[in-house]
Design a protein. Structure first.
Length: 426
C-alpha cells in the first residue's frame, strides 16, 4: 500500500513539475533518489541469484530431482512465451494499428531517433553475424568474477551457481556441511538487506515515477499518434495477466487468482516502477516464498532462471511492434513470415536482459528476420518506456505463476488462502 501511495504521489508531483515548470528541480533533486533505489535493487540482484540458487540446489537430495524441476521450468516458460507471441500477432492483425499512422509523423520520428536506431542496429548486426549456437557459448563464463559485475550476464551467473550446487549435491555431506552453513548464513544476511532496502521503496518509487512523468511531458502528440498501437500492446499484456495466467493457475494449482494477485502485488508495483525484472527479483522471491507458499528450493531455482529466459511481456510486445511497423511501411507479412516472428521472438526472449530497454536490440533481430525496415523502430521508441513498465509486470507475473505450478507438482506448495491469513493475523 505504501508503494502504491508513493506511485500516486509521484504522478501528482510529476504533473505539478510540468505545470509549474519545475523540470530542472525534479531532475536535480527528486529523480536521483529513484536512481539510488534502483541501484540498491541491482546491487543485491547478483548475490541473491547466486546464493539462492546454490542454496536451493544443494538442498535437493539428488540430481534427478534437479533435472525434473529444470525440465518443468523450461517447458512451462517456453509454452507461455509461444502463447504470448501468438496472442500479440492475433491482436495486431485484428486491430491493424499501423494502417492509420500519418506520413508526416513517420518522417518526424525517423529523424528524431536516427542516432539511437543506428546504434541498436549495429548491436543487432553483431549478434546476427555470430554462430547460431553462440548463445550457448555466452552462457558459460570465462571469468565468473567479471560476470558478477554485469547484470546483463545473469545466465552466466546462473550457470556457475547450478554447477556449484550440483557439485555440492554429489559430494558427501560431511565434506560440504561447512559450505552449506555458510550459504545459509549468507542467505539470511541477503534477505535482511532486502528488508532494509524495501523500507526505502515507497520513496524510491515516488522519485522514479515523478521523473518519468517529467521525461514524457513534451510528447503528448506522440502519445496521440501512437495511441492505437499502445492500446494494442496494453490489451495483449492485460490478457496475459488476467486471462492466460489465471487459466494456468486454475488448471495446475489450488490458488485463487485474487489471492495470487494480492500476494505478488508488491512485486508487480515495483516491476512497474523500475522496468527491470532483475531489480525486482528480490521482492518477487519474498512474495512467492512468504505469501504464495512456494518452497525456497523451488523459488530459488525457478525465479532466477525466469528473469533471463521468461519474457512473456516482451515477446507479446515484439510481435505487435513488428507487425505494426510492417503495416506502417506497407510490408505484407504472410503466414510463413508470422510463423518466423513466433520462432524468432521466442528464441530472442531467452537472451533479452532483464533491464530497462533490453528488448530493443532483440526487436531489431525480429524485424530483420522478416525483412521489416529497422528504421521503423523510431515509430515506437518515444512511448517504449511506459509500455516497458507494463511488460515487466507481465514478465514477473509469469515467473511467479510458473514457480507456483512447479512447486505444486513437486508437492512444495503450502498455500494458505488470503482470508485465512487475515484471520490468523487478527
Amino acid at each position: 500500500m505504501k508503494i502504491l501511495i508513493g506511485m500516486i504521489l509521484g504522478i501528482i508531483a510529476g504533473l505539478i513539475a510540468v505545470f509549474f515548470n519545475l523540470q530542472k528541480f525534479t531532475f536535480d533533486w527528486i529523480k536521483p533518489w529513484g536512481d539510488i533505489f534502483l541501484n540498491l535493487l541491482k546491487l543485491i540482484a547478483v548475490p541473491l541469484i547466486f546464493v539462492s540458487l546454490v542454496k536451493g540446489i544443494s538442498s535437493l537430495s539428488n540430481i534427478s530431482k534437479l533435472s525434473r524441476i529444470g525440465l518443468k521450468t523450461v517447458s512451462l516458460y517456453l509454452v507461455s512465451t509461444i502463447i504470448a507471441v501468438s496472442l500479440g500477432l492475433l491482436l495486431v492483425n485484428y486491430i491493424k494499428p499501423g494502417n492509420t499512422f500519418p506520413d508526416s509523423k513517420k518522417a518526424e520520428l525517423q529523424e528524431r531517433f536516427h542516432t539511437t536506431i543506428s546504434l541498436k542496429k549495429d548491436q543487432a548486426s553483431e549478434l546476427k553475424e555470430e554462430s547460431p549456437i553462440k548463445f550457448l557459448v555466452d552462457v558459460v563464463p570465462d571469468n565468473f568474477i567479471k560476470a558478477t559485475t554485469d547484470n546483463s550476464k545473469m545466465l552466466q551467473i546462473i550457470f556457475f551457481a547450478i554447477l556449484f550446487g550440483i557439485a555440492m549435491v554429489i559430494l558427501e555431506d560431511n565434506k560440504v556441511k561447512g559450505v552449506k552453513d555458510f550459504f545459509d548464513g549468507l542467505d539470511a544476511i541477503i534477505l535482511k538487506i532486502i528488508d532494509i532496502i524495501m523500507r526505502f521503496a515507497p520513496y524510491g518509487v515516488f522519485a522514479l515515477i515523478a521523473g518519468l512523468i517529467v521525461d514524457f511531458s513534451g510528447d503528448a502528440d506522440l502519445f496521440k499518434a501512437l495511441g492505437l498501437y499502445a492500446i494494442t500492446v496494453v490489451l495483449g499484456l492485460l490478457v496475459m495477466i488476467f486471462i492466460v495466467y489465471p487459466i494456468f493457475l486454475k488448471l495446475f494449482t489450488p490458488l485463487k487468482y485474487s489471492d495470487f494477485y494480492r500476494f505478488i502485488s508488491p512485486a508487480q508495483l515495483l516491476a512497474f516502477s523500475t522496468s527491470s525484472s532483475a531489480a525486482t527479483l528480490p521482492v518477487t522471491m519474498e512474495c512467492v516464498e512468504k505469501k504464495v507458499g512456494v518452497s525456497n528450493e523451488v523459488a530459488s531455482f525457478v525465479l532466477p532462471v525466469g528473469v533471463t529466459i521468461n519474457m512473456d511481456g516482451t515477446s507479446c510486445y515484439q510481435a505487435i511492434a513488428a507487425v505494426f511497423i510492417a503495416q506502417v511501411f506497407g510490408v505484407h507479412l504472410d503466414l510463413i513470415d508470422q510463423l518466423i516472428i513466433v520462432i524468432t521472438a521466442t528464441i530472442a526472449s531467452i537472451g533479452t536482459p532483464g533491464v530497462p530497454g533490453g528488448s530493443i536490440v532483440m526487436l531489431i533481430i525480429v524485424l530483420t528476420s522478416v525483412g521489416i525496415p529497422v528504421e521503423g523502430l523510431a515509430l515506437i521508441l518515444g512511448i517504449d518506456r511506459p509500455l516497458d513498465m507494463l511488460r515487466t509486470v507481465v514478465n514477473i507475473t509469469g515467473d511467479a505463476t510458473v514457480a507456483t505450478i512447479v512447486a505444486k507438482t513437486e508437492g512444495k506448495l503450502s498455500y494458505i488462502p488470503f482470508i485465512q491469513t487475515k484471520k490468523a493475523q487478527l
